[in-house]
Design a binder for this molecule. Structure first.
Ligand code: ADP
Length: 482
């Protein structure tokens, strides 16, 4: 129940309806209450002033007639009676010692009149009291005389006048009834207006939802063109961009999978052909066996190389993979890599030269960075000619360190430069295979550099050589990766 109510409130049209109703009803209630209070206060105040004026006139006459001391004056008594009739209520006159000398109801005459307001008026205050039940206003004023030989006055009695004003309450009730009808009308009107506005607000959104539903039919995701609000158009545009990005990712994933399976199958297929030929030949000479087994070993090495590269890449590709950052001496790291690669270079008759311009200590992931540098140097050796060279230079400034790997090899054609960092891309497939390339080395290098918030650039001239420039910040800032 509560769930379905909160579900209904989550809908835009219901929200608009509630908002319209509240914005009409709340001000109406506030205005009505203000009008009622103002009316009540103004009416009471005006009647009080009236009573005060009349009481004050009488109080002066009471003093001149000396009625407080001697009640034999019939004229004064008549005036007090007249006031009581005029206000349709009761008039009481008490002395300063609160003894009643006149009561138009003749109920308490001669008694002591103890009422808070009378006591206060005996001390000099003018007071009024409204009894909302009976619609009765009671004023009490002090009856004063000037003290002999001074400007000071003293209280000699209190005049209480209590009138009936039921019309105030009747008018108020009438007013409240009108306001209630008005409120009812406004509520009905705001429900109607709120429903119309609410559904017209939510219409474009409902239309957009239909468009999305149409767009996402089954497994297919098509372009959508939702209109109505600028926000919805923006949403539909972003949805289309998202879909096209997802399609690109999906395409590259499919390509990757088919490339991987192709690359893994090729050495296996070669091995199978070699093994089948040997089996088929039966009594082949031992030299042929040795040659074929040698070829099979090469294919196994190749398969192992591909799997190792793939694993290295998958490890880096995992989203959110964290780097194991430590302060590493880049000069020492490069020297270690060169030590490992020197035998390979010597075998290929390539000269390896390291030039360190300054000592560099940087915050890097040692394993990933050494993989990146190794790949660049290995390529420099692999795609080179006997007698060639690979120059490695290390430098830094206050912010970055720079690794340059320059070779005198075969170079890369201009049109291939943009693609060499793609997975499985090889400029010359057959040559690269011969050399033992998987097409993953530069993709791994690129990933590792990006993970370090760095940049890699390549410059190459065919038949002259290739230069890779890597720039990596000395200090690693987590989360800056783009
Ligand atoms: P591979 O395992 O094939 O070397 P890479 O990703 O390392 O894969 O390189 C991609 C392709 O770029 C290589 O196949 C090669 O054609 C070309 N390439 C990379 N480095 C060099 C280089 N130093 N000189 C010439 N060609 C290169």
């Amino acid at each position: 129940m509560i769930n379905s109510i909160s579900k209904a409130f989550a809908r835009l049209n219901v929200k608009v309806l509630v908002l319209v109703c509240l914005s009409a009803i709340i001000p109406t209630i506030i205005i009505s209450v203000v009008i009622d209070i103002t009316y009540l206060n103004r009416s009471i105040q005006s009647e009080c002033e009236n009573l005060y004026t009349k009481s004050e006139v009488l109080s002066k006459q009471i003093i001149t007639s000396g009625y407080l001391d001697d009640q034999s004056d019939v004229t004064m008594e008549t005036r007090l009676d007249e006031l009581a009739q005029l206000i349709d209520g009761r008039v009481i006159l008490v002395t300063s010692s609160l003894r009643v000398v006149y009561d138009s109801y003749s109920l308490v005459k001669g008694k002591i009149f103890l009422w808070e307001n009378v006591t206060k008026s005996a001390a000099g205050e003018e007071l009024a009291h409204y009894d909302s039940e009976g619609g009765i206003i009671t004023t009490t004023i002090p009856v004063t005389v000037y003290e002999e030989g001074s400007d000071e006055t003293k209280v000699v009695g209190v005049l209480l006048a209590s009138g009936t004003y039921t019309y105030i309450k009747d008018n108020l009730d009438h007013l409240i009834a009108i306001e209630a009808i008005l409120l009812l009308m406004i509520t009905v009107l705001s429900i109607v207006v709120g429903s119309i506005v609410g559904s017209s607000f939510s219409l474009p959104i409902r239309e957009a939802s239909k468009q999305f539903d149409r767009g996402i039919k089954g497994d297919e995701i098509g372009e959508i063109d939702a209109t109505g609000y600028e926000e919805i158009e923006g949403l539909s545009h972003r949805f289309n961009t998202y879909v096209s990005k997802m399609e690109t990712i999906d395409k590259s994933r499919q390509e990757f999978v088919s490339n991987v399976s192709h690359e893994l199958k090729t050495p296996l297929a070669s091995m199978k052909v070699l093994a089948d030929s040997l089996v088929g030949m039966g009594d082949a000479p031992i030299e042929l066996y040795q040659e074929f087994m040698n070829d099979i070993t090469n294919e196994i090495d190749r398969e192992t190389g591909i799997i190792e590269d793939l694993l290295a890449m998958v490890r880096m590709d995992k989203s959110g993979v964290s780097l194991n950052i430590k302060t590493v001496n880049i000069n020492e790291l490069t020297e270690q890599i060169l030590k490992r690669l020197r035998p390979i270079a010597e075998k290929a008759q390539i000269e390896l030269v390291l030039e360190s311009f300054r000592p560099i200590n940087a915050e890097v992931d040692e394993v990933k960075l050494s993989l990146a540098i190794s790949n660049l140097i290995e390529n420099g050796i692999k795609y080179n000619n006997p007698g060639g060279y690979v120059h490695i230079s290390l430098n830094s400034d206050h912010q970055y360190f720079y690794i340059k790997v320059e070779d005198s090899g075969m170079g890369i054609p201009k049109e291939s430069l943009d693609m060499i960092f793609e997975r499985f891309y090889r400029v010359d497939k057959s040559h690269s295979r011969e050399i033992g390339g998987t097409g993953l080395g530069l993709a791994i290098t690129h990933m590792a550099v990006i993970m370090h918030n760095g940049e890699i650039m390549v410059d190459s001239i065919v038949d002259e050589g290739t230069t890779f420039d890597v720039r990596i910040p000395l200090t690693h800032i987590e989360g800056e990766r783009s």
